[in-house]
Design a protein around this ligand. Structure first.
Ligand SMILES: Cc1cc2nc3c(=O)[nH]c(=O)nc-3n(C[C@H](O)[C@H](O)[C@H](O)COP(=O)(O)OP(=O)(O)OC[C@H]3O[C@@H](n4cnc5c(N)ncnc54)[C@H](O)[C@@H]3O)c2cc1C
Length: 362
């Protein structure tokens, strides 16, 4: 399928089918709107292109799904945060879940019927993910899970969780499961962030029984799964976020009478550099390349561009961030998280130094 024709047809469809969000800007409203948009796009097949037929998709280049994300988020029909979960979690399910489970579940995610979350980080195990201690113990045909996760985005709205557990010591002792969030023993406690939204949660697992067929891969495959998932979280899921950032730059220019051209130019350059890099990554994925540590470059560029843009907004809209309860304030505060989520910028720079530039350990 030709990408430009696909984009033109999608644009025409979006012009004809009004999916404009309502005036409610709560997280709950954003999540509802995200479900509404996914359902409409799935029913009209747009959300199925670029995903494998075995998982309910219609095939075609993976670039097509990037085009859908760009149009939807760039037009402000859905927020970039929830949208990114599609690109982070669906490829992992397709690669690691038993095929019949992926075939059953992935369409539920793409069609907005379900939202899923990612249970990796724990108190004390963020950057040092391999030290995680949530334990899974075999018990006949089941596994019993006990432990705690933290910073689990959208857990309170999620039906399932891609969960990392410890089944033995070391990197080879990490095992992943696809867990139903309504299983007895799971407690979700939302956490209020500094931008005033309960975006992520603490999730407690108290002797949670998970059937063995919900394991993703084999026992001990969890680290490999994480190393395959994180490149998506650090690169391809940004294409739609970049569209959102461009829309904010346009809005900033529209809202200011006196522009600081030098600052704006720098912000634009950072954004454009990111988009060029991200485009190359999308093409590499499309060409069959397995994404790896090189995506740490995309992550550093994203964090730099996002923070530069909102720093520029802070300079050009005096008081909008410090004194007003505007969306600029919320977005500025959220942009501070860009150097943390998906792996901190310090960790990405370590990866670039050690694994891409071979500069040694310290
Ligand atoms: C908005 C948001 C959403 C998130 N969503 C999820 C989610 O859905 N699921 C999930 O599992 N996690 C999620 N996270 C968690 C995220 O992955 C972690 O916060 C991140 O990996 C950092 O871990 P930490 O918070 O434990 O910080 P730490 O690892 O404790 O790091 C603290 C500081 O020390 C620095 N540091 C640590 N080790 C080194 C080192 N070796 N060299 C140099 N500096 C170092 C870090 O860069 C950082 O500045 C989310 C985080 C945010 C902010």
């Amino acid at each position: 399928m030709n990408v430009s024709e696909f984009q033109a047809d999608l644009r025409a469809w979006l012009d004809d089918n009004d999916l404009t969000p309502g005036a409610d800007h709560s997280l709950e409203a954003h999540i509802k709107q995200f479900g509404r948009v996914c359902a409409a796009l799935y029913d009209a097949d747009w959300m199925r292109y670029g995903w494998p037929v075995e998982a309910g998709g219609l095939g075609g280049p993976v670039m097509l799904r990037a085009v859908v994300g760009e149009e939807v988020v760039g037009r402000g029909l859905a927020e970039p945060g929830p949208y990114s979960m599609l690109e982070v979690l669906a490829p992992t399910m397709i690669d690691y879940a038993p095929p019949e489970l992926a075939a059953e579940m992935v369409p539920r995610l793409l069609s907005g019927r379900e939202l899923w979350c990612q249970g990796f980080s724990e108190p004390g195990s963020g950057s040092d993910l391999a030290s995680l201690s949530t334990r899974a113990t075999p018990d006949g045909d089941n596994w019993i899970i006990k432990g705690q996760k933290v910073w689990t985005s959208f857990a309170q709205y999620s039906t399932r969780c891609v969960l990392l557990t410890r089944t033995a010591p070391g990197h080879d002792g990490i095992t992943a499961f696809f867990v139903d969030m309504d299983t007895p023993g799971i407690t979700v406690r939302p956490l209020r962030t500094m931008h005033g939204v309960d975006e992520f949660c603490e999730v407690y697992f108290d002797d949670v029984v998970v059937p063995a067929e919900r394991m993703l891969g084999k026992p001990g495959d969890g680290w490999r799964l994480a190393m395959d998932l994180l490149p998506f979280e650090r690169s391809t899921c940004f294409w739609q976020r970049i569209a959102y950032l461009y829309s904010r730059m346009d809005r900033l220019i529209a809202e200011t009478t006196e522009t600081d051209d030098a600052e704006l130019g720098e912000a634009y350059l950072a954004l454009h550099t990111l988009r060029c890099r991200s485009r190359a990554t999308q093409h590499r994925l499309d060409g069959g390349t397995r994404l790896g540590p090189d995506t740490s470059i995309d992550k550093v560029l994203l964090a730099t561009a996002e923070q530069k843009l909102f720093d520029t907004a802070r300079g050009m809209l005096p008081g909008a961030i410090e004194l007003n309860d505007s969306s600029w304030r919320t977005e500025f505060l959220y942009s501070r998280a860009a150097t943390i989520y998906g792996g901190t910028s310090e960790i990405q720079r370590n990866i670039i130094a050690r694994r891409l530039l071979d500069l040694g350990k310290e």
